[in-house]
Design a protein around this ligand. Structure first.
Ligand code: SF4
Length: 244
């Protein structure tokens, strides 16, 4: 029998009490969870990758801070690392909802099984789809990572469809980080078309930023450097397509 986890077992690396950038148009607190199975070369939180590292923030501290912010915040985002690595995620989401907050989730979709259990408790998902399936492992640094990520996209889209028109719809933003060693302009356009075909209507294309990443980064020649322009992307296929 699988032992169930409790919210206080969450391994929490950090907590941001007020954020306007982690959930679009929502004032949120953000809980950063320790551990990720992947090792993307462009990761901005490499200290959060090791799942054995002790995060250092107690769940009780998070709850106390959230209790002080009832009425001031709209929601709480679980970020990482990869939040769906931890079985305590679902009870933590339930606790957050019980305090009256909406729940957001940042995920790369590495664990569709736990993602499926979490989705009924989630109001908004920021899902990283990093590349076309054939290019995925180059980005994540781990074999066979594409299958889970793309399966997770199916799960989220299916859950969103089930909840469409309900009092608790599920909102979704798919995100792709652009670094020439991860995805070139042609593949980015092809990825956009594939996402649109799958039913994604909000896509955020995020320019790579070196701050916080590990070194050395893959070398990129001038010829490979992206001249990313919105005009080159299938803008007409999305309700919103933003380049950040
Ligand atoms: S999936 Fe996210 S947290 Fe994990 S290594 Fe990649 S960028 Fe970092």
């Amino acid at each position: 029998m699988v032992r169930t986890a409790a919210a206080h077992e969450l391994n929490i690396a950090g907590f941001t009490p007020f954020s306007t950038v982690d959930w679009p148009d929502t004032l949120a607190a953000t809980v950063f969870l320790q551990g990720c199975p992947w090792t993307c070369f462009y990761c901005h939180n490499p200290a959060l990758i090791d799942p054995r590292a002790e995060g250092g923030v107690a769940w009780s501290e998070v709850v106390d801070l959230l209790c002080d912010r009832i009425g001031l915040l709209d929601g709480v985002v679980f970020s990482g690392g990869e939040p769906t690595l931890q079985r305590a995620l679902v009870p933590a989401m339930e606790a957050v909802r019980a305090l009256g907050f909406r729940v957001g989730l940042h995920t790369g979709g590495a664990y569709p099984g736990l993602l499926g259990l979490a989705l009924p408790h989630v109001d908004w998902v920021g899902l990283d789809i990093k590349a076309l399936p054939g290019d995925y492992d180059l980005v994540t640094g781990r074999p066979n990572s594409a299958e889970n990520a793309w399966r997770s996209l199916e799960l989220v889209l299916g859950n969103r469809l089930l909840r469409a028109g309900s009092r608790r719809p599920l909102d979704l933003e798919v995100r792709t980080t652009v670094h020439p060693a991860a995805i070139d302009d042609a593949h980015l356009r092809a990825l956009g078309c594939r996402l649109a075909d799958a039913g994604v209507d909000h896509w955020a294309v995020q320019r790579f930023r070196a701050a916080g990443t590990r070194v050395p980064l893959p070398r990129v020649s001038d010829a490979e450097a992206s001249n990313l322009r919105l005009d080159d992307l299938p803008v007409e296929r999305f309700q919103s397509l933003v380049v950040r």
